[in-house]
Design a binder for this molecule. Sequence first.
Ligand SMILES: C[S@@+](CC[C@H](N)C(=O)[O-])C[C@H]1O[C@@H](n2cnc3c(N)ncnc32)[C@H](O)[C@@H]1O
Length: 207
Amino acid sequence: MRKTPHLDAAYALSSPDDNRTLYADWAQSYDETFTEATGYAVPHHIAHEAAARGGLGPVLDVGAGTGAVASEIAARIEPIDALDLSPEMLEVARSKGLYRDLITADLTQTLEITDETYDTIVSAGTFTHGHVGPDALDELIRVARRGALFVLSVNAEHFGARGFTAKFASLADRITDDQILSRPIYGGAAPKGHADDTTNIVVFRKA
Ligand SMILES: C[S@@+](CC[C@H](N)C(=O)[O-])C[C@H]1O[C@@H](n2cnc3c(N)ncnc32)[C@H](O)[C@@H]1O
């Protein structure tokens, strides 16, 4: 089982600035050293659920990184906009030609996006240790249209540790049809110490 230094560092981050620094360094090798090397399966789970549940464009891919979710979803739902804190990760995503717009933004802040813009909001690997907590959900609900489909991965340990249960309870009158699925994060050679890691796939619609 391989050691993946960037993953260990990513889980230990504590601020958006830390994230910017780490992903600036990781962007060029992320696909090869993480997505491909580990059989990272979360983008596939997200794309599968979004398509199976009738997701419509426009789609916002939150924490889009180098574009793994769009690589899975683009043939089925479009257009897709990418939002990420890291310009370096978005430059790799841009090179794949899968996104309509690329938005450099911090999910812990107010987003410069008009209310009720998106019909589907997806995210893989961004609601996890050292990255983004539940408070970002308020802005994502604001920029979603009524009835919009959300399919978001939330690392299972992070879900408990960061109070996602309480956050979803507080959103009860703003969301509907909520459901949580459990899925493995890795399909192949998981990083050392992470073979049994799971993610919650949180699915709901804006009321
Ligand atoms: C593990 S990567 C996942 C990328 C991609 N979705 C995938 O599945 O390969 C996490 C991404 O979240 C982004 N991120 C971390 N903190 C963020 C924040 N506060 N706002 C926006 N994006 C953030 C990082 O820049 C990084 O691209």
